[in-house]
Design a protein around this ligand. Sequence first.
Ligand code: ATP
Length: 267
Amino acid sequence: REQIGKLSLLIDTADTLLGGGIETQSITEFYGEFGSGKSQITHQLCVNVQLPKDNGGLHGRAIFIDTEDTFRPDRIDDMVRGLPDEVIQATMIDRGIDGDVDDAAALNELVDHVLNHIHVAKGFNSAHQILLSEKARELAGKYADTEWPVQVICVDSLTAHFRAEYIGRGKLAERQQKLNKHLHDLIQLANLHNTAIVVTNQVSSNPDSFFGDPTQPIGGHILGHSSTVRIYLRKSKGNKRIVRLVDAPNLPDGEAVIRIVEPGLKS
Ligand code: ATP
């Protein structure tokens, strides 16, 4: 078994909370209400995963399964330019880009390079979303032994299509079964390719993480508790958001404050 990789948010308090970052070989679920920053986090992770390992990244590419049409290339552009200068410099060197942070052409080249290492696929319904996770597996296989392996797969949103398609209590069991299967496929993929899986899940004011849904069997039957980390995102004043780790098996519960600003997620 390969060593577990840690993908940093580049925010000290949040990274410490997570025990160093988002882990490969596991599923991390970000859940919270609309506007809590779930999509912003997935964008930031698609950037950070590409950074050199010494700079908090995994020197890998990203797959973004986009089910609600939330992916914004412009936001990736902001976030690349918003990286700390020394990280930009190291990333340019890592990619053989000549120039520095003050060189507009070099910065543009870096942004293009990063965008070219994010594979975006739009999922139109739950069946298509499941199909895309199979395609993701093929893509991860294709790049496995290359310089830029797939190191993070984001599914934003994991649950929206399932919620929209399986309505009412009568459909709850079927919905849960389909979602469990989908998650089971994703965790296999995470283990097979030593990849981080990051999923988002919108919840209303009464927070019920998918994994912690009180109407469901505790912990679910398929996914071991050890393979999932749940993070609750809550709005605070202005651009501030509270990141809360919930029931993590090997980490103390706790919170960190982050801000969503033009250059990305910051302390
Ligand atoms: P939903 O469940 O509705 O998809 P979400 O949790 O995914 O919501 P995001 O889209 O990640 O929420 O976050 C939206 C928030 O991000 C907005 O409230 C806004 O404050 C902030 N945001 C987005 N783009 C920028 C930007 N360019 N500069 C500063 N803040 C931004």
